[in-house]
Design a protein around this ligand. Structure first.
Ligand SMILES: [Zn+2]
Ligand SMILES: [Zn+2]
Length: 390
């Protein structure tokens, strides 16, 4: 019997829960049905439940022994505004909404772990199972923290897990340091002076200035940052004008910035500001920059990442735990948890990533074959951090 089967045998009940949540996806802060499923399953296992934390967030409290040490395990519950293209029986029944990021699987794996931990209680301390709303862009994790998560449920460390298509089922990737990037947004307004397109000397062209600015922005990563620092600055929108023969009086540029450290974020923001001012002066237009911070980078702490890698290796073998994988330029609001507490966010292989199986794809589905792997990982992690008294 494998370590996984011993800790978390394949459970038809868990698979049914996963598919039920998949069929009833809910968007950010509207995860009412999903939260009700979570509450029902936690209570079924005799677990103390706290609801309404950060909106629809739920926390379960599982005590083992008399120990006072506590850790948090976190799953996300929300779905995406995507119309599902799958035709299987458990496809979404909510038009325009779909579990295309596998949060249905994350929620189910943590429920399975909570039930197993509550049944055995063979650890010493407190485990908080955290089910958060609104991971997809709305920062539900941050809202839970602002709502007193860490004051009401003091914990020494917090852990997260995301399925990852492209990593074979039964494997893990654990990063030391950055695992996901920050995601900031910028809006740039170029205020020129409109003119007849045949008489450009009578105006100040925001299109020419905007085009120069797009070019200049390309030098931020290539000429301003240390080459060893990874970052992305993408201009993704450029709106201006509506006629063939009119130079418009303004142009709008928008885009995104990704980085793995606060200092790089700051450097990019200040360089963007300098370029806006400089190009504005050069072209005789006024340029305004609005820079909005989004999710911070998700940065695993070294000791906890090592512990997670050891835990995964004990289940699937060290040859199936990649500790050298590159981080993703995607973003993740588990970052807010890791800003406040030590911890680590690991990737669990979802199987092949081709043929529409990537995250946020209308043909994606969470792989039920990894449910028991994920449950076993959570249970084993708890036992390693909060070992029972001999
Ligand atoms: Zn997602
Ligand atoms: Zn996700």
């Amino acid at each position: 019997m494998s370590a996984i089967d011993r800790i978390a045998p394949v459970s038809p009940e868990l698979k049914a829960i996963r598919r039920d949540i998949h069929a009833h996806p809910e968007l950010a802060f509207a995860e009412h049905r999903t939260a009700a499923v979570v509450v029902r399953e936690l209570q079924k296992a005799g677990i103390e439940v706290h609801q309404g934390i950060g909106g629809t967030g739920v926390v379960g409290v599982i005590r083992g022994g008399r120990g006072l040490r506590a850790i948090g395990l976190r799953a996300d519950m929300d779905a995406l505004s995507i119309t599902e293209r799958n035709t299987f029986e458990h496809r979404s029944t909510h038009a325009g909404c779909m579990h295309a990021c596998g949060h249905d699987g994350h929620t189910t794996m943590l429920l399975g772990a909570a039930q197993a931990l509550a049944a055995a209680r063979d650890f010493d301390g407190v485990v908080y199972v955290i089910f958060q709303p609104a991971e997809e862009g709305e920062g539900g994790g941050r809202v839970m923290i602002e709502d007193g998560l860490f004051e009401r449920f003091p914990m020494e460390a917090v852990f997260g897990m995301h399925n990852w298509p492209g990593i074979p089922a039964g494997q893990f990737a654990v990063h030391t340091g950055p695992v996901m990037a920050s995601a900031d947004r910028f809006d740039i307004e170029v205020f020129g002076t409109g003119a007849h397109a045949a008489m450009p000397h009578l105006g100040a062209d925001p299109v020419a200035a905007g085009a120069a600015l797009v070019q200049a922005i390309q030098t931020i990563v290539s000429r301003t940052l240390d080459p060893a620092d990874a970052a992305v600055v993408s201009v993704t929108q450029f709106h201006a004008g509506e006629a063939y023969n009119v130079i418009p009086d303004r142009a709008t540029l928008c885009g995104t910035v990704r980085a793995f450290s606060e200092s790089v974020q700051q450097r990019i923001e200040s360089r963007l500001r300098e370029l806006c001012e400089g190009v504005g002066a050069a072209f005789g237009v006024r340029i305004e920059l609005a820079y909005r911070r989004g999710y911070p980078p998700t940065i695993n702490t070294a000791a906890e990442a090592a512990l997670c890698a050891q835990t995964a290796a004990s289940l699937v073998g060290s040859e199936n735990v990649d500790t050298g994988a590159r981080p993703s330029m995607g973003a993740e609001d588990f970052a807010y948890f890791l800003q406040r507490k030590p911890g680590a966010y690991v990737w669990i292989g979802n199987g092949p990533g081709e043929g529409g199986c990537m995250l946020h794809n209308p043909n994606y589905d969470f792989n039920d074959d990894i449910l028991n792997v994920g449950v076993a990982y959570w249970v084993e992690l708890v036992k390693r951090i909060l070992p029972p008294h001999a």
